[in-house]
Write a protein of this length. Structure first.
Length: 456
């Protein structure tokens, strides 16, 4: 997953470079599956028909992608349902997606599919979602890369562009309809998608769902995380998405502390212990959540926030320039591996459900969450200003429209969010209302804390 501990940020040098049927009204140009995009295009043969394709993405200059992210991109594009994986339709929840499973030892793809992927040893490794129901392909792709542009925040799972043979997709859809009851929401969303897939070139939403030759569907294939858990600390209930966002703003203790004035050191101790580190991580994660959801027009967040466990520790063998040990963190290891010495087990936010954004209702903005921010990680703050400084460059627009499939309208919307967010945060910083003090390495050092400047 994306993560970063210390970030050098020379962005200025890049100036050359829940309703179930909440459809987007944007129109995409039909996807040319064989167009040159990304770093590499991987083909997966389909017997008797055109090969499916997977695109290993280009990366935005100076964005943060971990080694694990890069490895996962390649692994996603190596998944082939005809040779090394099985694919089954999703028949629970609300989204009519396709789930990809690893092959259990001694099994075949057809054998696992025959039991609807419910075979011991077969593990879900990836999920394929299209622009249907509340999902939007550019949102899934966009969250992964924007998280990287903001410093590798929020543990957003890697995602790649993928196509899927239309005849096989329709066959899986028919199976899903047969496995679900008509009154179930998942049945209704599958029926809606199937009406589009079977209409092919006559489909009203063909450009959002089908390649330009109408032989394949297209969407985003993303990593299926493991060992994540629902983050109840970030959920305060509510009858709908609007109410949930308002309840988080008004009733959540993390949000209340994040909104307080004064230096954060007055509210969170600097002693390196579980209580203090967990509070600081939650504050950092909450601020990052608000930032990225405000940028990306997220409509369906609260109730869809998860966490993973990580080890946080002070490495006395690797000192800072002032001689203090460096603060480090890494994902919790397998049970047969020893944790780092004197490490703390801390919850880190994971944003894995990012499909209902970009062309949707911006509930974070509607709830005014960003205007409540009293504290933020300085690395995130500076990257917002730097992103804003290059957002109008042709190379930035091209990256979003060609690599992430944003329409012109999509980019205008997100760009407007960025302009407003950067201006508001900068003004709040100048007025002393926003403190750049969610810097974990500085907070848990023995060095006196110094105020950070508001300018780049």
């Amino acid at each position: 997953m994306s993560r970063v501990m210390t970030i050098a940020i020379p962005f200025a040098a890049l100036l050359v470079s829940g309703a179930a049927l909440c459809y987007s009204t944007n129109a995409l140009a039909a996807l040319a599956a064989d167009a040159q995009r990304g770093e590499k295009l991987v083909e997966h043969p389909v017997p008797g028909r055109k090969s499916e394709v997977c695109v290993i993405p280009k990366h935005f200059p100076n964005a943060v992608y971990s080694d694990a992210d890069l490895k996962a991109e390649g692994q996603l594009c190596d998944i082939d349902e005809n040779s090394n994986a099985a694919v089954c339709p999703k028949t629970n929840s609300t989204n009519p997606g396709l789930d990809f499973y690893s092959l259990a030892q001694g099994s075949t793809s057809k054998g696992i599919v025959s039991v609807n992927c419910k075979k011991p040893g077969a593990k879900k490794i990836a999920k394929y979602k299209l622009s249907t129901s509340c999902s939007y392909t550019p949102s899934i792709l966009g969250y992964y890369h924007v998280a990287g542009m903001l410093g590798g925040i929020a543990n957003v799972p890697p995602a790649v562009l993928r196509t899927f043979d239309l005849q096989n997709h329709i066959a899986l859809g028919r199976f899903a309809l047969g496995e679900t009851v008509q009154s179930a929401l998942i049945h209704q969303t599958w029926a809606s998608l199937m009406a589009q897939l079977t209409a092919g070139a006559r489909a009203s939403r063909r450009d959002l769902l089908l390649t330009d030759d109408f032989t394949q569907s297209y969407g985003a294939l993303s990593v299926n995380p493991r060992q994540e858990q629902f983050y109840k600390d970030f959920f305060n209930g509510g009858a709908n998405n609007i109410g949930r966002a308002a309840n988080f703003r008004d009733k959540n203790p993390i949000m209340a502390l994040l909104s307080r004035s004064g230096d954060i050191s007055a509210a969170v101790g600097r002693t390196f212990n579980v209580e203090n580190v967990q509070k600081m991580v939650q504050l950092r994660d909450a601020a990052n959540l608000i930032v990225i959801d405000t940028l990306m027009n997220q409509q369906d967040r609260f109730g869809n926030i998860h966490y993973i466990e990580s080890y946080y520790y002070l490495d006395s063998k690797d000192a800072n320039s002032d001689g203090t040990p460096k603060l480090k963190w890494k994902p919790k290891l397998k049970s047969d591996q020893a944790p780092p010495a004197n490490s703390l087990v801390i919850k880190e936010m994971m944003l894995k459900d990012n499909d209902c954004g970009v062309a949707k209702q911006n509930l974070a903005k509607q709830a005014g969450l960003a205007r409540r921010l009293g504290h933020i990680d300085p690395a995130t703050y500076y990257r917002i200003l730097q992103f804003d400084a290059i957002a109008d460059s042709p190379s930035t627009k091209q990256f979003f429209t060609e690599e992430l499939l944003f329409t012109s309208r999509d980019y205008v919307s997100v760009r407007g969010n960025l302009r407003e967010l950067a201006a508001n945060l900068h003004q709040a910083c100048l007025q002393g209302k926003l403190k750049l003090d969610l810097d974990l390495p500085a907070h848990f050092s023995s060095v006196p804390l110094k105020p950070r400047r508001c300018e780049l």
